[in-house]
Design a protein around this ligand. Structure first.
Ligand SMILES: NC(=O)c1ccc[n+]([C@@H]2O[C@H](COP(=O)([O-])OP(=O)(O)OC[C@H]3O[C@@H](n4cnc5c(N)ncnc54)[C@H](O)[C@@H]3O)[C@@H](O)[C@H]2O)c1
Length: 462
């Protein structure tokens, strides 16, 4: 009999994780190992996701052909479906929590309101069997599994199965990378986990080993769920801080006539410096914009006896959220006669290249800055398939360049890297900004030959 896995939350992570679990096969028979149910809330968005999944319609915008193929296969095999019915948890052998947990960002007053998260865990606790393993994958402040999830599960389980019954509980985080390698970034990648006790750790290891290619990407077990949670949050904070750090050097390089990209490549030869970040438009997406604050939130809300400050992480979030202002200022300086009739075109609205996710997109922040100055903003993004509610125009096709006073390349989608600028910009007389190191050397040469005024963030040599 196939084991049943419930995924709580059918978002960008939960849906892809659901497909990864549904794709796990028995080594001997080649048949699926699990029946997977993705459970979302019975609201408009949740019902739509569930309906789409069950009607064979891909519920998220994504360009990973393998994820699409695996999804179709799981529908054909009948081992993956969506539901809003919480009774699905009743006979689950494994439950994976993949819901959102937002940080209300406000410097030292940043905090997390846990009520929806607690309700979600309670829903699981009220229904599961006594031997169901619950794995928390949601990014949470260190301490959450022990201090919030465990007591809720314990209370609800002991009510039904007696005080001696201990929940099976683990924390494990994926390092999913939305984009063309979406599914592979779950299956073919290292993963960290920890159980609340040895029984939970053992079960978590066995389960994850059936889904992840542990032969090539062995699991890392940490000694507590709090350590595993901290590992996820620190990993993202490190990246966000690295980006914030390079931003000031990018601005300096622009001032003193240096190409910082060239410098970074030279420095990266040192193995100790191989992951230096590059200057750009800003940091978007659901993770890096909030995760660096989770250390502070944890200290402030869970470990109050001796609150630790996180000045670097806090500053990184602040710097990163202000980064689009730099691209905005460069454009304004170049076009100081911009007025109400001026038009700006932003090329790329998603939070990173080759994805359709626009959450916390730096390009949208940039657009809002122009709008506040009463400058008309038009945008284009070949990766967006959803209807978006925006305060500016999102064009389906690339417009005529000469209709605009400024054009800003913001996201390195292949479409823009492969754009024939010689043709598209032949009559263009406005200003061009490349705010994310998007233009190729060939495209830069074309701009020079066409005598178009342009700048590149992080390059003072141009
Ligand atoms: N998006 C990424 O690239 C990424 C990468 C790594 C980790 N994460 C983390 O994974 C988690 C999920 O992120 P996401 O991008 O999938 O979020 P999301 O907002 O796209 O999806 C969350 C889903 O959970 C659902 N949900 C909320 N409460 C629920 C409940 N009680 N029962 C059932 N469903 C419920 C929501 O309706 C939504 O569909 C977050 O903690 C995030 O930080 C995200």
């Amino acid at each position: 009999m196939r084991k049943k896995v419930c995924i709580q939350g059918l978002g960008f992570v939960g849906f892809a994780m659901g497909i990864a679990v549904a794709s796990a096969k028995d080594k001997d028979t080649g048949l699926p190992l699990y029946n997977v149910v993705g459970i979302d809330l019975p609201n408009k968005e949740g019902l739509k996701k569930v309906q789409d999944i069950n009607n064979g319609k891909f519920p998220i915008s994504c360009n990973d052909k393998n994820l699409e193929k695996a999804y179709k296969e799981s529908i054909k095999n009948g081992n993956f479906y969506g539901s809003v019915n919480i009774d699905e948890y009743k006979d689950a052998d494994f439950v994976i929590v993949d819901i959102n947990l937002d940080v209300s960002i406000n410097g030292k007053l940043s905090k997390i309101e846990f009520s929806n998260f607690k309700k979600a865990i309670e829903t699981i606790g009220l229904k599961i069997k006594k031997d169901t393993l619950v794995i928390v994958e949601t990014t949470v402040p260190p301490g959450t599994t022990e201090k919030i999830v465990l007591p809720i599960l314990q209370e609800n389980i002991s009510k039904r199965f007696g005080n001696k019954c201990q929940p099976l509980l683990a924390h494990s985080y994926e390092r999913v990378m939305p984009g063309p390698e979406y599914l592979s970034s779950i299956i073919n990648f290292w993963r960290v986990y920890a159980g609340i006790d040895s029984k939970s750790s053992k079960l978590a290891k066995e389960f994850l080993s059936t889904i992840i290619n542990t032969k090539n990407y062995p699991l890392t077990q940490l000694s507590s769920t709090t350590a595993s949670e901290l590992s996820k949050v620190l990993e993202n904070s490190y990246r966000a801080t690295n980006i914030a750090f390079i931003h000031e050097w990018g601005k300096f390089a622009e001032k003193i006539g240096v190409n910082l990209f060239e410098v970074i490549e030279a420095i990266k030869i040192r193995p100790t410096h191989s992951n230096m970040k590059k200057p750009g438009l800003g940091v978007g997406g659901y993770c890096l914009t909030k995760d660096p604050l989770m250390g502070f939130v944890s200290s402030n809300q869970f470990f109050k006896n001796n609150i630790i400050d996180f000045p670097l992480s806090e500053k990184a979030v602040e710097i990163n959220s202000n980064m689009p202002k730099h691209s905005f200022n460069i454009t304004l300086d170049k076009l100081n006669d911009l007025n109400n009739s001026s038009k700006v075109l932003i090329l790329g609205l998603t939070y990173r290249d080759q994805v359709g996710d626009t959450r916390y997109s730096a390009s949208i922040e940039l657009a809002k800055m122009f709008i506040r100055k009463k400058i008309s903003v038009y945008s284009h993004d070949p990766m967006i398939i959803d209807e978006l509610s925006l305060d500016f125009n999102l064009l389906k096709d690339l417009p005529n360049a000469s209709d605009f006073d400024a054009i800003i390349f913001t996201v390195a989608h292949h479409f823009y890297k492969e754009l024939n600028l010689k043709e598209w910009l032949s009559d263009y007389r406005g200003f061009i900004l490349d705010s994310n190191n998007i233009l190729t050397e060939n495209q830069i040469e074309i701009l020079k030959n066409l005598k178009i005024s342009f700048k590149i963030v992080g390059r003072g040599d141009i």
